[in-house]
Design a protein around this ligand. Structure first.
Ligand code: NAP
Length: 247
C-alpha cells in the first residue's frame, strides 16, 4: 500500500526537525509541525510549508509531560486526514557526570527522548496498521551507540530508542508499517552550538569527514526512509555521522 503523504514531525520548530518538515513538504507531504515552547518558530516553518503549496498544521505539546503525547497523533490524524508518517525527532540533552546527575536530569531526558516516542508511536501505529501503510522514523543518535561520557541519560534514551525501533519493526512488518531510526553524529543546530568550543573541536578531530553535518543532510535521509522506495527497509538504524561510528 502507498503511504499517505502526511506527516507529524515532533520538535519541528528548530534544527533537524525543522529541516525534516521542510524536506517532506518539498517532496509533496502535508505536515503537522509540532513544537514545545517556540510557537512562533513553528508558525514560520508552517508558513514555508504553505509557500511550497502544501498544508501545514501547528501543534504544541510539552513532551516532558507524560500526559501530553496522548492527543497529538489524534490531532494530526484529524487535521491532515490520516497520518502516513511519524517522525519522533524532539529531544533534549541534560549532560552531567553520573555521580552528579540529578534524578530530574535523568527522568526529563528519558521522558522526552524515549517515553514520548513510545506513546506517540503506539497511537500512530494503531491507525497505520488499519490502513496497512505507515512509516515511523525515530531520531536516535550516535551517542546511543558510542556512549559518550557525561551523557548517561541521553545515551540510555537513544540506545533505548534503537532497541524500541527493532522490536516494533518486527511486530508490524507484515502490516505495511516500517519502523527505522537514524543516528546523527554532530549536526550543526542549537543543541550542539551550546557545547563549549573545546568540546566541539574534540568532536571534529574524531570525524573522518572532517566537518560537522547539516540538518538538511539528516532530513534527506529521513525523507528517503519515509518514501515508498524504502518499503523493504525496517528495524534499521542508519548512522549519518561523517564516518564517526565504527560498525
Ligand atoms: P534542537 O535544535 O535543540 O531542537 C529541539 C527540538 O525539540 C525543538 O523543536 C524543540 O521545540 C523540541 N523539544 C525539545 N524539548 C521538547 C519538549 N519537552 N516538548 C516538545 N518539544 C520539545 O535539537 P536538534 O539538534 O535539532 O535535535 C533534534 C533531534 O536530533 C533530537 O532528538 C536530538 O537528540 C537528535 N540529535 C541531534 C544531534 C545534533 O548533533 N544536533 C545529533 C544526534 C541526534 P521548542 O523549541 O519549540 O521547545
Amino acid at each position: 500500500m502507498t503511504v499517505p503523504k502526511t506527516a507529524l514531525v515532533t520538535g519541528a520548530s528548530r534544527g533537524i526537525g525543522r529541516a525534516i518538515a521542510l524536506e517532506l513538504a518539498k517532496r509533496g507531504f502535508d505536515v503537522a509541525v509540532h513544537y514545545g515552547k517556540n510557537r512562533e518558530k513553528a508558525e514560520e516553518v508552517a508558513a514555508k510549508i504553505e509557500a511550497l503549496g502544501r498544508r501545514a498544521l501547528v501543534l504544541g505539546a510539552d513532551l516532558a509531560d507524560p500526559e501530553a503525547p496522548a492527543g497529538l497523533v489524534a490531532q494530526a490524524e484529524e487535521g491532515l486526514g490520516g497520518l502516513g508518517v511519524l517522525v519522533n525527532n524532539a529531544g533534549i540533552t541534560r549532560d552531567n557526570l553520573l555521580i552528579r546527575m540529578k534524578d530530574e536530569e535523568w527522568e526529563e531526558v528519558l521522558r522526552t527522548n524515549l517515553t514520548a516516542a513510545f506513546k506517540l508511536t503506539r497511537e500512530a501505529v494503531k491507525r497505520m496498521i488499519r490502513r496497512r501503510a505507515g512509516r515511523v522514523i525515530n531520531v536516535a543518535s550516535v551517542s546511543g551507540i558510542l556512549g559518550p561520557p557525561g551523557q548517561a541519560n541521553y545515551a540510555a534514551a537513544k540506545a533505548g530508542l534503537i532497541g524500541f525501533t527493532r522490536s516494533v519493526a518486527k511486530e508490524y512488518a507484515r502490516r505495511g508499517v516500517t519502523v527505522n531510526a537514524v543516528a546523527p553524529g554532530f549536526i550543526e543546530t542549537d543543541m550542539t552550538a551550546a557545547l563549549p568550543e573545546a568540546v566541539q573541536k574534540e568532536y571534529l578531530a574524531q570525524i573522518p569527514a572532517g566537518r560537522f553535518g547539516k540538518p538538511e543532510e539528516v532530513a534527506k535521509l529521513v525523507a528517503f526512509l519515509a518514501s515508498d522506495d524504502a518499503a523493504y527497509i525496517t528495524g534499521q538504524t542508519v548512522c549519518i555521522d561523517g564516518g564517526l561510528t565504527p560498525h
